[in-house]
Ligand binder design. Structure first.
Ligand SMILES: Nc1nc2c(ncn2[C@@H]2O[C@H](COP(=O)(O)OP(=O)(O)OP(=O)(O)O)[C@@H](O)[C@H]2O)c(=O)[nH]1
Ligand SMILES: [Mg+2]
Length: 395
């Protein structure tokens, strides 16, 4: 059962719970009922009011639901109290996202990142539980929770583990950095696909480089960055194209940090293809969320090409007349937009042309040695599954 609670004036509140439903599905669950509530502030004990909690309990019984997932973050105490009250497991949005990430992680680096995210999530919860007790306890017992000594111990263990995982990630990152510098020496123009989860990045990636990476109507189908060479006849050269993990609204900051290495790929790119699901009713919010994360990882200054995907799903009247245009996103910041369908292939030649133009423009801007070209790339962070690259023609 899915529950969403509109707290005060939460602009990001999703009354449809559609995204939570897709998240639940992506984790292998089936949503049997949806409930929304409105409160000025969360109830400290049950998050919702006791009347609402009873309503949820009745619905759980009526639908034989195996668990309840909240769209908002629950405190550990609220989660425990709710589980006791409802008699079924209770999860929140963050733990759901972490479960999906854990199930999807494939590469060594991906697994380490998920582990780090989980540990950090646990650590914040322990700290919160601890300070909560400290405030309320006044020398009385710990009411069923672990004692302070135990929490101290857990905290230290988690802290040690976080340190060790971070060190291992650092090492992977250094190796990645070495690879990147090697690529840079060859003067490769790097293009990264970024965007909200499920926007169609992998489908577009596959269509552009004729790969067969895993694309699905799931959130976070992609966790590991994959890179392939993209041959652009228009520029008579190859650029490198990377498919990356999708973004989502209210992604906990710690989680973004844990995925820093993967997201770094975007920050280091020469050009971002910001893929937008043109058919999504939440298009503007999703676009803003992506901008926010890009800002957070220091990629706000990387040139962007806005790729409006899934145009085949738009009604005739809403379809753009031109294949591409230019808009002012903020005062002084203009961005080119290209309208495509990764599924039908509509608009892809125009997109390739736009990428080629931007690659050539950047090349000309930085071309001091006369013989410099865009170069070729044949690297993948996922070497085990990467098919051999076809030989490229050189510029
Ligand atoms: N109709 C239509 N569907 C599309 C198009 N592009 C992608 N899709 C579908 O949208 C869903 C998500 O596609 P993906 O390519 O996995 O999206 P993604 O952005 O890589 O998603 P994550 O890796 O989960 O972040 C899949 O079911 C695709 O078949 C398109 O142009 N038109
Ligand atoms: Mg993907």
């Amino acid at each position: 059962m899915l529950v969403g609670v509109d707290i005060g004036s939460d602009a990001s509140f999703d009354a449809t719970l559609d995204e939570l439903a897709l998240l639940a599905e992506s984790a292998g669950d089936v949503a049997v009922a949806r409930v929304t509530a409105r409160r000025r502030a969360p109830d400290p004990a049950l998050f919702v009011g006791s009347g609402k909690a009873d309503e949820i309990k009745a619905l759980v019984a009526a639908t034989s639901a195996h668990g309840v997932i909240f769209d908002q973050a629950l405190s550990p105490a609220q989660q425990r109290n709710l589980e006791r009250h409802l008699g079924v497991p209770v999860a929140d949005r963050t733990s759901l996202i972490l479960d999906i990430f854990a199930a999807r992680a494939q590469s060594h680096e991906g697994k380490l990142q998920v582990e780090l995210a989980r540990l950090q999530y646990m650590a914040t919860r322990l700290v919160r539980r601890w300070s909560h007790l400290e405030r309320q306890q006044g020398g009385i017992g710990t009411r069923g929770g672990p004692g302070e000594a135990q929490i101290e111990l857990d905290r230290r263990m988690i802290g040690d583990r976080i340190k060790s995982v971070k060190e291992r990630l650092e090492k992977v990152k250094r190796q990645r950095g070495t690879q990147r510098r090697a690529r840079e020496r060859r003067g490769t123009f790097r293009v990264s696909l970024v965007g909200y989860t499920n926007a169609g990045k992998t489908t577009l990636f596959n269509a552009l480089v004729k790969a067969r990476a895993y694309a699905a109507d799931q959130l976070f189908a992609t966790l590991d960055t994959t890179t392939r060479a993209l041959w652009l006849g228009e520029a008579q050269a190859s650029v490198s194209l990377s498919d990356t993990v999708g973004f989502i609204r209210n992604l906990p900051h710690k989680l973004v940090q844990a995925f820093e290495a993967t997201l770094q790929e975007s920050a280091d790119a020469d050009l971002l293809l910001h893929v937008i699901d043109a058919a999504s009713p939440q298009l503007a919010e999703q676009q803003a969320d992506v901008e926010r994360v890009l800002d957070e990882i220091g990629a706000a200054g990387v040139p962007q090409l806005l790729v409006y995907n899934k145009c085949d799903l738009l009604e005739e009247s809403r379809r753009p007349r031109e294949e591409a245009d230019c808009i002012e996103v903020r005062s002084g910041v203009r961005r080119q937009r290209v309208f495509v369908s990764a599924r039908t292939g509509q608009g892809l030649p125009r997109l390739r042309q736009a990428i080629a133009e931007m690659a050539l423009a950047s090349l000309n801007a930085s071309a001091s040695p006369p013989s410099k070209n865009i170069g070729t790339v044949a690297s993948s962070t996922d070497a085990a599954t990467a098919p051999a690259l076809p030989p490229h023609q050189h510029a």
